[in-house]
Design a protein around this ligand. Structure first.
Ligand code: PLP
Length: 553
């Protein structure tokens, strides 16, 4: 049998025939059922599932966006390279393959799948609702992708398609799923929003910097931020400047003040036009910006014409409320609707201007090695991004896309994925509670303080360095270094807060350590915290068994 290819556009295999824009009555009011989704999906364009076929995400949205505002144009901020890049001619030619039935391609340099040494890919995954490792071992479901499932009408995606070249957008199959998911969760309130797949948010940020900044620029960020985000920007000649934050994250008034008083000659660069923020379970501080504060930040961004990059790998690691050491656990959300309502609103969900670029990633909720994520932004931005992807990352690995599609679209469906996310919420709640209880038990409260994190995987502990016996003879950096080394001597590793400064040039008068409860087992988390506590007590010369209140400083 000849391998299927884009020269012979794949048949439409979905059973859905309605072609009207469907507005779901209320996404949140009813449970999201996979079979319902199937019925409501619009018939996708012929050939969209084929090899290297271009897709159009507008086909994947349920709601009609007629009457909503259109996104602002961002021409004034695009970098030189973003403006001059024309795209990839060869990939662009793929559209002709679906324009005429029976067209024979001698065009693209796509190898025949005849020579792909993979006939089937099988994986055992959790059955819907039975998510633990033990349950999966015992009663997991084996799902299989075949080489020619598409022409054999077994699936809309197969090995022959996934493992060939694709478009910078990623495959239509997975793109449809992420677009639907984005619509359920965020319902962006403007007309021309789109999604495109990424190879994760690390690359998403790198590519965004290349599209939206030029050497000499300054980007705003939380004063403590994800160090890799700073390290990505610096070699491009882009510095970050920290916006003051508190335990609820970035402070809008402080951001407004900073921008209002921006002085080019003083600062040595033009006024910032990009905000990089991690609004939920922030790395490293664990802070989650509450909804009203997000609205206030959005307004400041409107006032100063700021483009917002919301980097949200921890969005679905929002946990149950923390009720204290001996309080009973809060029961899990009883429905998908209730679950979605517990989530803090995203910047994307309030974005009437199309000024938000949201970065989602499967790294923290499925697996980081998948290297699959997606961004959501205005059509203008997405087009620039896809053109760039076409000549750089191309698309996420076909193996990853296929595996994710099989799991998310064909096996779990949207409802199963939401169940999985609720499962993750409960798992992280348990882990978070373990570290908080350990801290309450083992850390001297007069020296170490913290706010219980509501999302993410990080616990951010402030150390009152001014109580150190050698302060002020030793400065904050030296004290941090000494504590860090002493904690290692005691057999635990925590990260130094100074590694997360948005800008090393800014003055800092606070000392933190970051601990994650995402990886170690419960008893190891407790033991590591105990060791951390021991090291702190030694450093601050507190007696055995003390809670630190007897420290003379
Ligand atoms: N953004 C933040 C804030 C992170 O904390 C991390 C990982 O630690 C990433 C991005 C990396 O995401 P990805 O694996 O999608 O590249």
């Amino acid at each position: 049998m000849a391998p299927p290819s884009a020269i012979d556009p794949a048949p439409e295999v979905t059973a859905i025939t309605d072609t009207t824009a469907v507005t779901l009555p209320d996404f949140l009011a009813a449970p999201i059922q996979s079979n319902e989704i199937g019925k409501r999906r619009r018939k996708a364009r012929e050939g969209q599932w084929g090899i290297a076929a271009p897709s159009d995400t507008r086909d994947f949205r349920f709601r009609s966006y007629e009457g909503k505002p259109k996104a602002k144009r961002w021409d004034h901020y695009f970098s030189h390279e973003a403006r001059v890049r024309k795209g990839n001619r060869l990939k662009g030619a793929a559209k002709f393959l679906t324009s005429k039935p029976g067209i024979i391609s001698l065009g693209g340099g796509l190898p025949s799948s005849e020579y792909f040494p993979f006939e089937e890919i099988s994986m055992k995954v959790p059955a819907k609702g039975k998510f633990s490792e033990v349950e999966t071992k015992e009663s997991g479901v084996v799902i299989t992708a075949g080489k020619h499932d598409l022409v054999n009408m077994k699936s809309t995606y197969d090995i022959a398609t996934a493992l060939n070249y694709g478009q910078g957008s990623g495959s239509a199959q997975l793109l449809r799923w992420v677009t639907e998911h984005t619509e359920f969760v965020h319902a962006p309130p403007y007309q021309d929003w789109q999604c495109t797949l990424t190879i994760g948010s690390t690359s998403g940020w790198d590519m965004t910097l290349r599209l939206m900044t030029r050497p000499g620029d300054v980007v705003l960020a939380e004063e403590y931020t994800f160090s890799a985000a700073v390290e990505t920007a610096l070699p491009l000649g882009v510095r970050m400047v920290g916006v003051p934050m508190d335990s609820d994250g970035l402070i809008p008034e402080a951001m407004d003040e900073l921008l209002t008083n921006w002085d080019l000659s003083d600062r040595g660069s033009r006024k910032p036009h990009v905000l990089y923020t991690i609004p939920t379970g922030q790395n490293p501080t664990g802070a989650t910006i509450p909804g009203p504060r997000r609205r206030a930040i959005y307004e400041v961004c409107q006032k100063h014409d700021i483009f917002i990059v919301e980097d949200e790998p921890y969005f679905f690691l929002q946990m149950q409320p923390y009720t204290g050491p001996n309080a009973p656990d809060v029961p899990p959300p009883s429905s998908h609707a209730e679950f979605l309502k517990t989530l803090v609103p995203s910047f994307l969900s309030m974005d009437i201007d199309g000024r938000v670029l949201r970065m989602d990633s499967f790294s923290k909720v499925i697996a980081p090695g998948s290297r699959v994520g997606w961004i959501t932004a205005s059509e203008q931005f997405i087009q620039k991004y896809q053109k760039y992807a076409d000549v750089s990352t191309q698309n996420p690995s076909g193996i990853s896309q296929l595996i994710m599609f099989k799991l998310l679209d064909e096996h779990w469906g949207h409802d199963g994925y939401l169940d999985w996310l609720i499962h993750m919420r409960m798992e992280y709640t348990k882990r978070r509670d373990v570290i908080l209880r350990a801290c309450e038990k083992h850390l001297p409260r007069s020296i170490v303080s913290w706010t219980p994190p509501m999302a993410g995987m990080f616990h951010w502990m402030q150390v009152d360095f001014k109580q150190h016996p050698d302060y002020p003879q030793k400065n904050i950096e030296t004290i941090e270094e000494e504590i860090f080394m002493r904690v290692i001597d005691h057999g635990a590793l925590v990260m130094r807060g100074s590694w997360f400064y948005a800008s090393e040039d800014d003055a800092h008068d606070t000392l933190f350590f970051r601990a994650t409860y995402g990886a170690a087992k419960a008893d190891q988390i407790e033991e590591a915290v105990r060791r951390f506590g021991e090291a702190i007590k030694e450093e601050f010369k507190l007696g055995e068994g003390t809670n630190g209140m007897d420290n003379g400083h």
